[in-house]
Write a protein that binds this ligand. Sequence first.
Ligand SMILES: [Zn+2]
Length: 396
Amino acid sequence: MLRVSLYVLAGLLVIAVIGFFFVAAPVVDARYNDTSSEPPFEASDEAEALHDRLMVADLHNDFLLWSRDLLKTYERGHSDLERLQKGRVGLQTFSVVTKVPFGRTYAGTPSDSDQITYLVAAQRWPIRTWTSLLERALYQAERLHGYADRSNGQLTVLRTQADLENAMMARVDEPDRVAGLLAIEGLHALEGDVDNVDVLIDAGYRMMGLLHLHDNAVGGSSTGLEKGGLTPFGRRVVQRLNERGVIIDLAHASSAVIDEVLAMSDRPLVVSHTGVRATCDTPRNLSDGQIRAIADRDGVIGVGTWPTVVCSTEPAAIADAMRHVADLVGIEHVALGSDFDGTVTPPFDAGGLAVLTEALINEGFSEREIRQIMSGNVVRLLRRTLPASATARPTS
Ligand SMILES: [Zn+2]
């Protein structure tokens, strides 16, 4: 009897292990990276035709967190190379998540737990990533470079201004080519060592968000417990980012951090994925004063696509938030920060971005303005901020 129950127990354990390592992550991925409308995502003929002439430069995508191969096509999640190409995405910022505590709320997300540890284990990532946030960032950078290597030239990773120009030139003849830009969401990945900024730069990172959902050693998050300003360590980090010419992303930063970084930086700043309080009043979204200050630095604001930042599942709400930024500070500061594959529920996936173009047309934006929003402003910012060579110090 005892032997039989031991066999049963062992069998259950095997099933649990297989479930954890082979089934759990795809289930979580499909559940949390869903869309609010069912595919196919269809736009009007006019919007589809205009969208076909566009290039999209998206400021935020969390694809690298998930156990999908970018070069394969999936029914789950929001993006893969085929869907990026279908959505005319020519420049994709791949942002890397390294820690997400349990119990995230606007009222205050404690930092003393981490769901990503379970996810990286369930996805059978290398053991070194199970305990180190820095290793999680380095591994995700390796994954992006690996996809580029295997993509037959369809995907490249931007490190320099020359890479950007080459990528833009190449798209003239090969409009399906996608350029990737590595970014990170939260500098808790530095593990408290400012020299790890250089390690991340060497790994290819060109844009760094200081905060994610919780307060970290750098400063306060807009959804953190304290929501404070920069710490002394945070000031050293910002200094190093400016010295090394890294693009600073203020998404998820507390108001105090945003103000302090603005005071410390002359270079253009980015808010990669956000909403605006004027159309959706939440602590995570930008006030008009913050929008003006970002625009003053010739920065760009990536408007998000999902309900908690635009307060609606309608694509028109995304266009509304973009209209507000354009009216307040000028069209040249408006961009897209989809947050595809960021455990959000947008109305369409990367393959359905023509639906957003339709919403922009309906909002009254001209083709020239839509081109600026969808990519022109991001390309301008990268021309100014990417290093001239992979090791160069910045000039502006
Ligand atoms: Zn985010």
